[in-house]
Design a protein around this ligand. Structure first.
Ligand code: ATP
Ligand code: MG
Length: 606
């Protein structure tokens, strides 16, 4: 184990007397702090907001950040990856070459600016372009491969809703790595190595995490998985099989085919607009009124899609009334770039009614389109004897039988997985938990190397595009995720590896005995290699206790006149908060053993 995990002192020159440091805690959390990590990191004086989604780290906060950076760096280096430092300010031309400039501008995520000669630049939201450019200018032959390059650098994204403190910043620290290989086998190997390295990183941080299948989003590419810190406040919904063999982001999750309520039924004659549903626009209300089950109501949703060539079309997607369409899965399933719900103002001209009564029969294609193609979610593929909107206010058709009555353009799998659905692996039932995405690993393949001509001569002297992988890890977000996962009513409960200091030493009174004992303990802890913040301020004991709990040092030592008179000091862990009086001579040994064991409970020696 390296110095980082052995508990040796790593910042010997740092100030450790509170009276001489820049540490300021706050009684109140900032008004905009919605999640616990934002509240506690702010109140502990570890971060401070400069503007929405833009934060300063104070000396205390930066110590924790640096520890995390070191863990990430050690584990990346251990895989053989090499650290680089790429520019944040990147010319537009590179982003046009990869095809991402316009897309990122349209999404509004890109911070961009002009120089004095009207040259346009992006502030890097990620660095595939810059790394591909570095590599294509440097390598010519397969002999120079493989390698994996990483950096730990600031990224910029103009997020729609910058909030939750460090969890979703507009300026944030990311570790991003990019692997280069001549073939898929090499890429697979790099991907596996990164998965292992990430596991080690999150384990060393003391985090409970899960690895789930993911959507590859705007970065593109094929396989991708996310590392998720499991926490109730997470923005992501994660789907797990209780059999333990499946985990996926809800953006990607599928289920086994659901039981079909119409199985074994004969198709009954179609009932044209024969079922009134006056003023009832939800499937549940309609089902109740029609005295049927909600699985017998068909939802017809109209989407506006944009394909890769920029072609715009309106399509209808049918799904069973108890299910919802997953709008992340939808564009991929339809083979388009974007799919967004059609604005209600177009419904009268296309469907002739308002939402709630739209149906697949008789849709009028908009100008320039021959028909409105009808896609069936898998749940509707064999549907028989179901209700669907009649494209008229307050009316439904009955006994729609899809195979008989509709000409479908295709069957897609676009339903959102639900708690209790059957697992796609055939084993177990799906459960949903919340999580925070802290890492994302992708097999990009040749997406960027083809677009940007990052090629080498292979053994047969043929030019081939390199196979790339990219591996992101949110450094600031991971720090905040650790707080989301580990805190109580009084403050943060830092895992030992990420605590700004491993131990807090509090002197309770200003009398000479107490001062001298505390000073001596402070020196012996330092000598023993324990990182200790010595709260020697002229403050009331209550203030010191509150601050130590708020900042969340894993171990606390309290020197007070009463215990000292009997030759002891009080030692406790932040997690348990059960103080034991320990002989002064034993403190260092006990603190070291407690820290080495993760500071869950106090190590006690006879
Ligand atoms: P999200 O879905 O949360 O917006 P993303 O999928 O866009 O994230 P990636 O492009 O995969 O993010 O970036 C790699 C990692 O960088 C993420 O796994 C996350 O840990 C971190 N990250 C991304 N966006 C932010 C942000 N706005 N603030 C802090 N960390 C971020
Ligand atoms: Mg991601």
């Amino acid at each position: 184990m390296g110095a980082a995990s052995s508990g040796l002192l790593r910042y010997p020159r740092a100030l450790m007397r509170w009276s001489q440091s820049f540490h300021v805690t706050l009684r109140e959390a900032p008004g905009d702090a919605e999640v616990v990590s934002h509240r506690l990191l702010s109140r502990a004086g570890m971060i401070q907001k400069l503007a929405a989604g833009i934060y300063s780290y104070t000396p205390l906060g930066f110590r924790s950040l640096r520890k995390l950076i070191e863990i990430v760096r050690e584990e990346m280096d251990a895989t053989g990856a090499q650290e680089v430092d790429l520019p944040i300010l990147q010319p537009k031309e590179l982003w046009v070459e990869s095809g991402r400039w316009q897309r990122y501008i349209d999404d509004g995520i890109l911070f961009h600016l002009e120089d004095r000669k009207s040259g346009e630049f992006a502030l890097a939201p990620t660095a595939e372009e810059a790394i591909t450019d570095l590599v294509r200018r440097s390598v010519t032959s397969w002999r120079q491969l493989p390698f994996n390059l990483y950096q730990i650098r600031t990224k910029f994204r103009d997020e729609i809703r910058p909030r939750f403190g460090l969890l979703r910043g507009r300026e944030f620290l990311m570790k991003d790595a990019y692997s280069f290989d001549v073939d898929q086998k090499g890429l697979d190997r790099h991907y596996e190595k990164m998965e292992t390295a990430y596991r080690r990183i999150f384990e060393r941080c003391g985090l409970e995490y899960a690895l789930v299948q993911a959507d590859s989003g705007a970065i593109g590419g094929a396989a991708s998985e996310e590392f998720m810190v499991v926490a109730d406040t997470g923005e992501d919904a994660l789907v797990f099989s209780d059999a333990g063999d499946y985990g996926a982001n809800i953006e990607k999750a599928v289920t086994a085919p659901l039981a079909e309520p119409w199985a074994g039924e004969e198709a009954r004659p179609f009932g044209k607009a024969d079922s009134p549903t006056p003023g009832l626009i939800t499937c549940e209300d309609q089902a109740r009124h029609l005295k049927t089950d909600v699985t017998r109501i068909t939802k017809t949703m109209l989407y506006e899609t944009i394909d890769a060539a920029g072609g715009v079309r309106v399509v209808a997607v049918l799904i069973r009334g108890d299910l919802d369409i997953n709008e992340v899965k939808l564009p991929k399933a339809l083979g388009v770039m974007h799919a967004k719900l059609l604005d209600e103002k177009f419904l009268p001209s296309i469907a002739g009614c308002r939402p709630g009564f739209v149906g697949p029969i008789g849709l009028k294609a908009p100008d320039g389109q021959s028909e409105v193609p009808i896609y069936l979610d898998r749940s509707m593929e064999n549907a028989r004897n179901v209700f669907c909107g009649a494209n008229a206010e307050g009316l439904h058709h009955s006994n729609l039988s899809v195979k008989r009555d509709l000409k479908a353009a295709g069957v897609v799998e676009v339903a959102t997985a639900r708690e209790g659905d059957p697992s796609p692996t055939g084993k177990g039932t799906l459960r949903i938990k919340r999580g925070i995405e802290v890492g994302h690993i992708f097999k990009l393949g040749a997406k960027y190397s083809e677009a940007m001509k990052c090629e080498v001569a292979d053994q047969a002297q043929k030019m081939i595009p390199l196979m790339m992988g990219c591996y992101g890890l949110g450094v600031g977000r991971t720090l905040a995720a650790a707080v989301e996962q580990s805190h109580d009513d009084d403050g943060i409960v830092w895992p030992v590896a990420l605590a700004p200091y491993q131990c807090a030493l509090l002197s309770l009174q200003r009398d000479a005995e107490v001062q001298r004992a505390a000073d001596e303990l402070y020196e012996s802890l330092k000598t023993a290699g324990v990182e200790v913040l010595y709260d020697d301020r002229d403050e009331r004991p209550g203030v010191k206790f509150k601050d130590a709990d708020l900042i969340g040092f894993p171990v606390r030592i309290v020197v007070g006149a009463k215990a000292l008179a009997k030759g002891g000091v009080e030692v406790s862990t932040r997690r348990e908060k059960k103080a034991e009086v320990v002989p002064v001579a034993k403190v260092v040994e006990i603190v070291k053993a407690t820290l080495a064991a993760g500071a869950r409970t106090l190590a006690v020696f006879a």
